[in-house]
Design a protein around this ligand. Structure first.
Ligand code: A3P
Length: 296
């Protein structure tokens, strides 16, 4: 994606019950037939929940020490391929994943759990799910849709707000996404479910928990280096992690590493919107074992 590209903004449509755009369904058959390996690691998220943050942590844990040059020469989106992406004249996520020279392969997806190719389950792959509270996730997604030409135009904030609640955004309903991945954990134990807000509160603690899940034990020095590398300001400065080289995005409209905070929703939600949102939220989020924080 080295060149500036003029892509038409895509239309949304219903795809097996989930709102999608063709950039993420055009390689459906290939994606569904993808052959996972037992040591593949899948990082799954609803868009804008902290995918890049989680991806960089994983990449540093596995390759930070052995190949430091990777950190300064390969953009994060090439180190961690996006499974379902298919943009004309760009290497597809599948092709990228299949040509990764390193092991383990860390692969990213925004699929709702029911779309994950079956071989990931058959191979009992480790999966890391990152979830972010609905309000901040919505705000982040709104700004992303403004600047990313692979996404439909978001329209105005109030209509976006309602479309979020209806689940009519790319990759479908946030509510279904976070709940169905959460439910899957009951029957598939190889899922580590993380929260963006916990990572903000104590990144080190969350890295420790992640390491326990992965069976890794980095040295104190390694961990310090990772903590430094994944700080918001450092990721924002770093051209290998800030998406400045990914030219379907217009940074004049908004940046990829935008704010990195919990609670920015307060700058966007009106009092009336917040009331409407809360009322609706209670009806949709009936599994009280899954709890989100909208401030830390
Ligand atoms: P904001 O738009 O709220 O700033 P994704 O990687 O899933 O697309 O998510 C992007 C969101 O995660 C953006 O949120 C981005 O700023 C935030 N983010 C990325 N790296 C971060 C970090 N190291 N610390 C905090 N937030 C981070």
């Amino acid at each position: 994606l080295g060149m500036k590209m003029d892509l038409p903004r895509p239309e949304m449509f219903d795809f097996h019950g989930v709102t999608m755009v063709h950039y993420f369904t055009d390689s459906w058959d290939k994606v569904q037939n993808f052959q996972a390996r037992p040591d593949d690691i899948l990082i799954a998220t609803y868009p804008k929940a902290g995918t890049t943050w989680g991806s960089l942590i994983l990449d540093l844990l596995y390759f930070g020490k052995t190949s430091p040059e990777r950190q300064t020469s390969i953009p994060i989106y090439d180190r961690v391929p996006f499974l379902e992406i298919y943009i004309p004249s760009v290497k597809s996520g599948i092709d990228q994943a299949e040509s990764l020279p390193t092991t383990p392969r860390i692969i990213k997806t925004h699929f709702p759990v029911q779309f994950v190719p079956k071989s990931f389950w058959e191979q009992n792959c480790k999966m890391v799910y990152v979830a972010r509270n609905a309000k901040d996730n919505m705000v982040s997604y709104f700004h992303f849709d403004r600047m990313n030409m692979v996404q439909p135009d978001p329209g105005d904030w109030n209509s976006y707000f309602h479309r979020f609640m209806e689940g009519k955004l790319v990759f479908g309903s946030w509510y279904d996404h976070v709940n169905n991945w959460w439910k899957k954990k009951q029957t598939y134990s190889n899922i580590h479910y993380m929260f963006y807000e916990d990572m903000i509160e104590d990144t080190g603690r969350e890295i420790d928990k992640l390491c326990f899940f992965l069976g890794l034990s980095p040295s104190a020095e390694e961990k310090n280096q990772i903590m430094y590398g994944v700080q918001f300001d450092n990721m924002k400065k770093n051209d290998m992690t800030n998406y400045s080289t990914f030219h379907v995005m217009d940074f004049k409209i908004s940046t990829f590493m935008r704010k990195g905070e919990v609670g920015d929703w307060k700058n966007h939600f009106t009092v009336a919107q917040n009331e409407e949102f809360e009322e609706d939220y209670k009806k949709r989020m009936t599994d009280h074992t899954l709890q989100f924080r909208t401030e830390v």
